[in-house]
Design a protein around this ligand. Structure first.
Ligand code: UDP
Ligand code: MG
Length: 136
């Protein structure tokens, strides 16, 4: 069995707005993740609420959904060895303040909410999230 996997990545509105799409894509490419699909879209707050429903009981849920739907995003399927973990490592910690040097969130994240990227956290969620954006 091949260890090549797919994961879902989202470049969030704060990074799209600051024209960071190509810089972020280059980080994936340089680190052996192939961008199999990529599209720039804007989603509704209802769609964001559906996507992030795992967080529905959290205090930040409403703002998170408003934020993700506030402007264009770039959704991508990344493919490569251990793509889920590899992408999470390249992203860095949720709070940019805690993220390691040279991670995407350390380089570009503004705050814990405007943290520039989303990445699936497991293979199971990667499948669901890819389906959400690409298999309709
Ligand atoms: N988030 C937030 N406040 C918090 C924690 C998370 O606004 O205290 C936002 C942030 O944008 C984060 C997203 O909710 O990326 C999803 O949270 P999760 O814990 O799944 O972090 P991630 O998997 O994105 O690192
Ligand atoms: Mg998460």
């Amino acid at each position: 069995m091949s260890s090549s996997e797919q994961t879902l990545s989202i470049i969030k509105p704060d990074a799209v707005e600051r024209n960071l799409v190509e810089e972020i894509k280059n980080i994936f490419k340089k680190n052996n993740l192939i961008i199999k699909e990529s599209k720039k879209i804007q989603i509704t707050k209802e769609e964001a609420a559906d996507f992030y429903r795992v967080h529905q009981s959290k205090p930040f849920y409403d703002e998170l959904c408003s934020y993700l739907s506030s402007g264009p995003i770039v959704v991508m399927i990344l493919q490569g060895e251990n793509a889920v973990i590899q992408n999470r490592e390249l992203m860095g910690a949720t709070n940019p303040k805690d993220a390691k040097e040279n991670t995407i969130r350390k380089l570009y994240g503004i705050s814990i909410d405007k943290n520039s990227v989303h990445g699936s956290d497991s293979n199971e969620n990667a499948k669901k999230e890819i389906e959400f954006f690409f298999k309709n």
